[in-house]
Design a protein around this ligand. Structure first.
Ligand code: UD1
Length: 436
């Protein structure tokens, strides 16, 4: 068993660099199955969800090599992939294993995987994913209660109207449609930066996807994806994953909660607008650099932080994946804040843990109400899920005394070298092995 130990109360100061986006990488890596040439993917975060994706790819028969001297870069060749069954244990370990369904369906007309696992933050149905596959001509069957198989003799473009705005279903529809015959239109599509990133990657490799980043995406099927240089090219294509919006947001809130001064490098400020707006409303100073990929977040001695209201919603709204971190900041800001969660019904499990540290926060029928102005103190707390774990780190950094966080495997699913990075800006934080 491993845990994080944090001695809090030190303002974070300095520069920190953001890694590639988890939610892009876990879609782009399966998407390599659709390519007819090898590809090099850069800026891949070193997190356990990526390790699982790479293991699944290797298990399917792909050649995956980490590039010498470039630890965040992989060369992937799917030429010899024949398998269509995603190993059960791996599929169960993460939510994003569902992208292998769309990618394998698009590649070979057949895919099977266990119903996806991942953090328990609410019911995580895949009905919209299956609806998209079926619209393209696939059928799905269940093997027992837990393994879903999708297959099609051929995939044909169609109009898919999503009943809910779903990141995963939008990405999976793209993956399945990219090589289908004819034109696919996805209506009520999600607009997250990782959707644009997946579309940019596939377009870079020769696909025709228009409208990603809006709620209508049009895909004209392309039978082979050879990159722009065409068949027989000896060029290795290189694509770089976009920066992680949620990792950046987590560092922004950590800087604010410790009343620090942190320059966050390698970001796309546009992707952070909803987070920036809420931080400013709370009295935090945020400066976006005009011509660099940098954002500075700081709190001066006389600045008073105050409460604000938050309602999570799909991009460009305030991201649900930042809700626990922002709520943590609001426990120490002055005044009352209301938090509404509109994406995941079970996303308040961190509240119980924050209360152990002195937070005054109550779950209501509509969300949570925070009575601010708390002086947080260290405690032993659980990282109930990935972003709840990030909230515990922020609370620990802001609290007086020592905080111990267990179940850190959830945090390591999505944060690349979190201890090293935060130590680099002054956090007194260690990862230690503890007795079970
Ligand atoms: C992705 C992110 C996750 C983030 C979430 C919302 C990845 C790997 N994970 O998850 O970090 O919290 O977006 O921004 O990118 N829904 C259905 N039927 C479906 C699919 C979804 O009803 O078939 C509902 C869900 O229950 C949820 C809402 O739609 O209430 C949004 O879910 P979705 O956007 O699909 O989330 P994920 O893609 O799983």
């Amino acid at each position: 068993m491993e845990k994080f130990v944090i001695d809090g109360g030190t303002p974070l100061r300095g520069e920190i660099h953001v890694s590639g986006a988890k939610n892009s990488a876990v879609a782009i890596l399966p998407a390599t199955l659709l390519l007819d040439v090898p590809v090099i993917i850069e800026n891949v975060p070193d997190i356990s969800d990526v390790a699982i994706c790479l293991k699944i790819l290797r298990g399917l028969g792909a050649q995956v090599e980490r590039m010498a001297g470039e630890p965040d870069t992989y060369r992937i060749s799917c030429e010899h992939v024949k398998e269509h069954y995603v190993p059960y244990a791996e599929a169960k370990k993460m939510r994003a294993s569902y992208y292998f369904l769309g990618a394998l369906l698009g590649r070979c007309g057949r895919a099977a995987a266990a119903m996806p696992g991942g953090c328990s933050i609410g019911a995580r149905p895949i009905d919209q994913h299956l609806k998209a596959f079926e619209a393209l001509g696939a059928v799905h069957t269940m093997q027992g209660t837990d393994v879903v198989e999708v297959s099609a003799d051929a995939l044909y473009g169609n109009t898919i109207c999503m009943n809910v705005v779903s990141v995963g279903a939008t990405m999976n529809a793209i993956l399945a449609a990219v090589k289908a015959q004819g034109v696919t239109v996805i209506e009520n599509a999600a607009r997250e930066p990782h959707i644009v990133d997946l579309a940019n990657f596939l377009n870079f490799m020769g696909a025709s996807i228009k409208g990603a980043g809006t709620d209508v995406i049009k895909i004209t099927g392309t039978p082979v994806l050879l990159g722009n240089a065409g068949e027989g090219s000896v060029v290795d294509y290189r694509y770089s994953v976009v920066p992680d919006q949620i990792e950046a947001g987590t560092f922004m809130v950590a800087a604010a909660a410790t009343r620090g001064d942190v320059v966050i490098r390698g970001v796309i400020p546009k992707h952070l607008e909803a987070i920036t707006a809420k931080l400013r409303e709370s009295g935090v100073q945020v400066v976006e650099s005009q011509d660099e990929d940098v954002i500075r977040v700081f709190v001066e001695e006389d600045d008073v932080l105050h409460g604000t209201n938050i309602k999570t919603s799909p991009y460009p709204g305030f991201p649900t994946d930042m809700q626990p971190q922002m709520a943590t900041l609001l426990t120490i800001a002055e005044g009352q804040s209301n938090i509404r969660e509109s994406v995941w019904e079970d996303r308040f499990r961190y509240v119980h843990e924050l209360k152990k540290m002195g937070a005054r926060i109550e779950i209501t029928q509509d969300g949570a109400v925070v009575q601010g102005g708390a002086s947080l103190h260290g405690a032993c707390v659980n990282a109930c899920d990935l972003r709840a774990g990030a909230a515990m780190i922020i609370a620990g950094l802001a609290a007086q005394g020592r905080t111990e966080i267990v179940d850190i495997q959830f945090i390591e699913r999505g944060y690349d070298n979190i201890v090293g990075k935060l130590r680099g800006i002054g956090a007194k934080m260690e990862k230690i092995r503890s007795l079970p």
